[in-house]
Design a protein around this ligand. Structure first.
Ligand code: 2M8
Length: 427
């Protein structure tokens, strides 16, 4: 493992700010220099969360920049492209062709997919820590309608299973691209080959799956990003517990923000209750939530970090909370990892300690689980997750992800959400 000189909290905080400053292009922050040169949706929500305690305007600008890419049907895209080097990442705007779509913004280039709806949680954090309360209220009044539209899009266009959960229609939408949870639904797709150039690190997913990612994106694009095509024909549709657990937590956040926006909180509380019921009904098995493959009509057996997503819900019944925490602390996950929390069950045959979402530990999922532990009154676990995550970045730097056994860094360097959430953990 790379040795780094010992850094105290103050020095670590300064390093985190300098990574975020260097990755900032205008009002948006890119996830990592070179590798991801545009604004990514959930990455920016973590950046906003991380800077919110110190700089309301910067946190707000991050969200507003992302939301400038929101489509008229409410969809918040997973990438807002930086026009100066639009094709520096594959697939770029010439693949997505958002500018040809009537619902996409005319002046901002975006992808056609979405990502976990962390946005209301991020706005809530900005609102909570803003010192200037008038400014905070004005911000909530401005952003709330956009987020209500985002939630409406998920509830109407993405309820492909008809039971109240939002379906992802591409692995990229999960934020956990190469998670073993998507192996089976991806292997049911035709084997395809495309010619393209992509900046890759050795830890990246197997090529065969990446070609299927491209194929899925092109099919959806060629349907005209059509909702009824998704419902009837699109070959990848999965109810993911992390995506839906985040959506549920964001419903609670919108309910808390609604009065500041002069709106009624009840529809968001009702939405949260519906999502909870559907999660319990459709995705729970053996002490964990599992993704449901709507096309294969079955639960995906592999246990991954995504299965803990519903823990973010303060209203989750106590027996399920206990079951989830037992699984989390067992040797399947935290119990056998030196540096929690592995993104896939350590005992699973698909577990791979160094390949992205197939094993490594991530700062953002650690942060989410720490928040869940706080929600469910587990201060010991809050401390443990916070300390372990800070140990990772202190030792290996703000890497994209980390080997869960020895803590060595994996993927990109100077990674924005690792830096931003470190600031929050240090607070
Ligand atoms: C990774 O995903 C992108 C596609 O969206 C990629 O593999 O090129 C994921 O880790 C995702 O969660 C993240 O938002 C993105 C940018 O950091 O990178």
């Amino acid at each position: 493992m790379e040795a780094r000189p010992a850094v105290d909290d103050a020095a670590l905080g300064r390093e985190a700010w300098s990574v975020l400053d260097a990755n900032r292009t205008g009002s948006a922050t890119v996830p990592a220099p070179g590798l991801y040169p545009h604004q990514w949706s959930w990455d920016s929500t973590f950046v906003s969360i991380g800077v919110a305690r110190w700089d309301t305007r910067r946190a707000a600008a991050e969200l507003l920049s992302l939301l400038s890419g929101q489509w008229r049907n409410g969809m918040v895209p997973h990438i807002v492209f930086h026009p100066a080097h639009a094709e520096a990442y594959f697939p770029g705007p010439s693949v997505w062709r958002s500018h040809d779509h009537p619902a996409a913004p005319g002046d901002v280039l975006t992808s056609g997919l979405t990502q976990p709806p962390m946005h209301a949680l991020a706005l809530w954090q900005v609102w909570r820590y803003a010192v200037n309360r008038d400014e905070a209220a004005a911000l909530v009044r401005r952003i709330y309608p956009m987020l209500a539209a985002q939630h409406g899009y998920l509830a109407v266009t993405r309820d492909l299973g008809g039971a109240g959960l939002a379906a992802i229609v591409h692995p990229w939408e999960s934020g956990m691209d190469d998670s073993p949870a998507w192996d089976e639904p991806l292997e049911a797709l035709p084997a395809v080959r495309y010619a393209y150039r992509r900046e890759e690190l050795p830890e990246r997913h197997p090529d065969s799956h990446h070609d299927r990612y491209v194929w899925l994106a092109l099919r959806y694009r060629d349907s005209g990003y059509d909702g009824s095509y998704l419902r009837l024909d699109h070959p990848f549709a999965v109810e993911d517990p992390l995506f839906n657990g985040i959506w549920l937590a964001s419903c609670h956040a919108l309910a808390e923000l609604a009065p500041a926006a002069g709106a009624d909180p009840r529809p968001h509380e009702e939405a949260a209750a519906r999502i909870r019921e559907a999660l319990l009904d459709r995705l729970w098995a053996d002490g964990l939530f599992h993704a449901r493959d709507l096309r294969g009509d079955r639960l995906i057996p592999v246990r991954t970090i995504g299965g803990f997503g519903p823990l973010l819900d303060p209203g989750l019944p106590g027996d399920r909370v206990n079951g989830l925490l037992d699984t989390l602390e067992s040797p399947r996950f935290m119990g056998a990892a030196g540096y929690p929390v592995p993104s896939c069950e350590i005992r699973a045959p698909q577990f791979d300690r160094s390949r992205y979402w197939r094993g490594p530990s991530w700062v953002n999922t650690n942060w989410l689980l720490r928040r869940a532990a706080a929600v469910h009154g587990r201060p010991d676990l809050v401390r443990q997750l916070g300390t372990a995550t800070l140990r990772l970045v202190r030792q290996a730097g703000f890497r994209e992800c980390f080997d869960p056994f020895d803590g060595s860094g994996r993927g990109g360097r100077d990674f924005s959400w690792s830096a931003a959430l470190t600031l929050d953990l240090l607070a």
